[in-house]
Design a protein around this ligand. Structure first.
Ligand SMILES: O=C[C@H](O)COP(=O)(O)O
Length: 249
C-alpha cells in the first residue's frame, strides 16, 4: 500500500515572510494522514526545515547539480541540500528542461548524485501540447522515464511526477481518462524496468493546475498517489484543501 504524498513546489517564489504559510499549514494538519513535502527556493530550505521542526512536513530542493562539488557558479549540490535539511529533491521539472536545456541524461546524472547523498528524487516527466496533439504522449513519457531514472533505484528512493507541460500554471488539466492512461503507462514502464516489487511502491504524482476544487476527482484516478502542486502550494488555505482531498481519497 503506497502512502499518499502531497508535494508543494514553490518554484522561484518566497522570502522570509512566505514561511508564515508553513506555520498555518502545520496548525491545520498537526497529524496528517498523508505524507507532506514542501520544496521552497534554495534560500529558504534551511529556514523552512527549522520552522517545520518536528512537525510532519518534509523539505526538499527543486534541483541539484550532478557534480558532488566544484566550480559551478550559482549551482547547489546534493550534499548542500542534505546539509540544509532537505530530504528530497525535484529533478527534471519541465521548467528546468525548457529554461536550462536539461536532457534526460543530465537528469539521470543528477539523480545518481542525489541518491548517493540519501535524497529521495522526485523525477518529473510530461509532454508538451504539440507532442500530445501529435499523438506522441506515451512515447515521450516512456523515453523520459527510460533516460532519466537511474538503474537500481528502489521504490523508497523514487517518486515520479507526471506534469503535462501545457497544464502547468494554465488552469487547464487533462481529462481524468488522459491522466489515468499516462499514470497506468508510467506504472507499467516502471514495472518493466525495476520489477513489480519495487514499481508497486513508487508514488506517482499528478501535477498541473491542481486546485482544491479539482483535487478530489484527480485523486480518484487509477495510479494517482498524490500531487505535485505549484501555485496552489503557496497559500496554506489552498494547499490545505488539496491535502484534505488526498486524505479523503
Ligand atoms: O511543480 C509543480 C507544477 O509545475 C504544477 O504547477 P501549477 O500547480 O502551478 O500548475
Amino acid at each position: 500500500m503506497r502512502k499518499k504524498l502531497a508535494a508543494g513546489n514553490w518554484k522561484m517564489n518566497g522570502t522570509e515572510a512566505q514561511l508564515a504559510e508553513v506555520d498555518s499549514l502545520i496548525a491545520s494538519h498537526p497529524d496528517p494522514k498523508v505524507d507532506l513535502l514542501l520544496c521552497p527556493p534554495a534560500t529558504l530550505i534551511e529556514r523552512m526545515a527549522r520552522r517545520v521542526g518536528t512537525a510532519q512536513i518534509a523539505v526538499g530542493g527543486q534541483d541539484c547539480h550532478a557534480a558532488v562539488s566544484g566550480a559551478h557558479t550559482g549551482d547547489v549540490s546534493a550534499e548542500m541540500l542534505r546539509d540544509a535539511g532537505a530530504r528530497h529533491v525535484i529533478l527534471g521539472h519541465s521548467e528546468r528542461r525548457a529554461d536550462h536545456g536539461e536532457t534526460d541524461a543530465c537528469i539521470r546524472a543528477k539523480a545518481e548524485t542525489a541518491l548517493a547523498h540519501d535524497l529521495i528524487v522526485v523525477i518529473c516527466v510530461g509532454e508538451t501540447e504539440a507532442q500530445r496533439d501529435a499523438g506522441d504522449t506515451l512515447d515521450v513519457i516512456r523515453t523520459q522515464l527510460a533516460g532519466s531514472i537511474p538503474d537500481g533505484v528502489t521504490g523508497a528512493q523514487l517518486v515520479v511526477a507526471y506534469e503535462p507541460v501545457w497544464a502547468i500554471g494554465t488552469g487547464r488539466t487533462p481529462t481524468l481518462d488522459q491522466i489515468a492512461e499516462v499514470h497506468d503507462a508510467i506504472r507499467a514502464a516502471l514495472t518493466e524496468r525495476l520489477g513489480a516489487a519495487q514499481a508497486d511502491t513508487i508514488r506517482l504524482l499528478y501535477g498541473g493546475s491542481v486546485k482544491p476544487g479539482n483535487a478530489a476527482e484527480i485523486f480518484a484516478v487509477s495510479n494517482v498517489d498524490g500531487a505535485l502542486v505549484g501555485g496552489a502550494s503557496l497559500k496554506a488555505a489552498d494547499f490545505s484543501g488539496i491535502i484534505a482531498a488526498l486524505e479523503a481519497a
